[in-house]
Ligand binder design. Structure first.
Ligand code: DGY
Length: 326
């Protein structure tokens, strides 16, 4: 393909050499090579010249689209695409793509690390040991003992691909009893993992570990609220690796502070990066992570490569994982 006929694409951050070479074969690429991601004001200024855009967590809304008369496709290196403003994109005929499948096992592993570290107080006890607080006779039950994960009941809210990968680990690895809630029943998960379908309320009531995996959509904003925490067991843990806005964060903080639930493991927050003043960061019964569900070197590489292939596919009429609403 001669250079002038290749679509012009803007890549909002540095990518591994092999991915840039692949993109260069099919597109005329401009790659932001500053620190981090291309700052929004510069993106808004530059976007007018490009047909394709590579992002991970950038708001694709009217503000950007109005300045992008040539834009045809936006590829997000993420499975979640709540940063795509679907109606604005539809109105301008801009396609959006995402990266399903390649991160399922990696996110499921991370969910298990949150379950295990919450239940066995890993972060809290690590700090105690490092502070020299482990001395003979100091292992008091209320300060040092945790909860068993094996044979406990796990409740998965949102039995998509990642939910199923969590189910597999729970049942095959930890002999857990598995209940789930999903918009529609998942017969394969029921057959493969013995998953038992319940109402949302019953999942909350029965589970020792409630794992929220529902995607963020207009319908799931603050999906889990005060009344939901009140249904949970006082010994239960709440795990969120989906999006922070799917939970009423203030209600969660209160539930954790007043003993309505025992603890939480959180990879996501209402506002990210989380503010250092957020009360969640002061609670010993909360394990926090900086939204790293998919962040292993291999998986982030695979996601970026898939996002590059999606961008090329979307611009050239080839294969691409176009988000279902577009
Ligand atoms: C995703 O891909 O949506 C995950 O949250 C990781 O960023």
């Amino acid at each position: 393909m001669d250079v002038s006929s290749k679509p012009k694409v803007l890549i909002n951050r540095k990518l591994p050499e092999a991915i840039i070479s692949y993109l260069n074969e099919h597109c005329e690429c401009t790659v932001w090579d500053g620190e981090g991601v291309l700052p929004r004001p510069q993106l808004l200024e530059m976007i007018k010249d490009y047909e394709g855009l590579f992002v991970n967590n950038e708001q694709i809304n009217a503000e950007l689209l109005e300045r992008a008369p040539k834009l045809r496709a936006v590829s997000s290196s993420s499975v979640g695409y709540n940063h795509f403003h679907i109606e604005d994109m539809k109105a301008r005929g801009v396609i959006g793509t995402h990266t399903p499948y390649v991160l399922d096992d990696t996110v499921a592993d991370l969910v298990f690390s949150l379950i295990l570290s919450s239940a066995r107080r890993v972060a809290e006890l690590d700090a105690k040991v490092k502070q020299g607080k482990w001395q003979r006779g100091t292992l008091k039950e209320d300060e040092w003992f945790g909860m068993d994960v094996h044979h406990a009941t796990i409740g998965i809210i949102g039995m998509g691909r990642i939910g199923e990968a969590i189910a597999k680990r729970a049942v095959h690895g930890f002999d857990m009893n598995l209940v789930y809630y999903n918009r529609s029943r998942k017969p394969e998960a029921e057959e493969r993992y013995g998953a038992q379908f319940r109402s949302l309320e019953d999942v909350l009531k029965e589970s020792d570990f409630v794992v929220l995996m529902t995607p963020l959509t207009p319908e799931t904003v603050q999906y889990i609220r005060k009344e939901h925490f009140e249904l949970m067991k006082p010994t239960a843990f709440f795990i969120n690796a989906s999006r922070g806005q799917t939970v009423d964060e203030q209600a969660m903080i209160e539930a954790l502070q007043n003993g309505t639930i025992r603890g939480a493991g959180l990879d996501v927050f209402e506002q990210e990066p989380v503010s250092p003043d957020n009360p969640l960061l002061k609670l010993p019964n909360v394990v926090t992570l900086p939204h790293i569900g998919s962040a292993t070197t291999k998986t982030r590489y695979d996601m970026a490569m898939l996002a590059a292939q999606n961008l090329v596919g979307a611009l050239t009429g080839g294969k691409a994982y176009v988000v279902q609403e577009l």
